[in-house]
Design a protein around this ligand. Structure first.
Ligand code: S3P
Length: 164
């Protein structure tokens, strides 16, 4: 079985995914990192050189290739569900888990770095609010939803294991 973590930027997919993989003895893949390795460029550079549609095509191409995996935890980029058809690919890969976080927690986590091209705006908080509103319906299509709230990372991992 594979587990696919979805959710907005800064909801902890990578950190939680890595811990979850250790607990389950699974392999861990982060789609952003995998794309960066394959393209030999940072996500930010891919966006600025080739544009967002190109990055989205790379995400879909990777998802197609991940279908043959087993016993893997996959952390996805926060915009992966903006591409029609990707949720169907994720269903073919495994069980999906939406890590739900509130705007405040998201903003607290993402304001610390500049690696996310979509948030390099004059009003990053406003951008988070708008994007989250636009995307939340897509995340809610996941098989499971975990309200991360004030839970510690370790507790979130335990919750996910209990839910599956
Ligand atoms: C994006 C989220 C990022 C990364 C890219 C675009 C998005 O991943 O894929 O910057 O559109 O929400 P994280 O969710 O890991 O930050």
């Amino acid at each position: 079985m594979n587990i696919v973590l979805i959710g907005f930027m800064g909801c902890g997919k990578t950190t939680i995914g890595r811990k979850l993989a250790v607990r389950l003895g699974y392999r861990f893949i982060d789609t952003d990192y995998q794309i960066e390795m394959e393209q030999n460029a940072r996500v930010k550079e891919i966006f600025s050189r080739y544009g967002e549609p190109h990055f989205r095509a790379l995400e879909t191409d990777l998802l197609k290739r991940l279908r043959h995996l087993d016993n893997t935890v996959i952390a996805t980029g926060g915009g992966i569900l903006t591409t029609p058809g990707n949720m169907e690919l994720i269903r073919q890969i495994g069980k999906s888990v939406y890590l739900k976080a509130c705007v405040e927690d998201i903003f607290e986590r993402i304001s610390r770095n500049t690696k996310r091209p979509l948030l390099q705006t004059r009003d990053p908080l406003g951008t988070v609010v708008t994007l989250l509103e636009k995307r939340k319906g897509t995340y809610e299509r996941a098989d499971h939803t975990i309200n991360t709230g004030s839970l510690k990372m370790g507790h979130i991992v335990t919750r996910i294991i209990r839910e599956l």
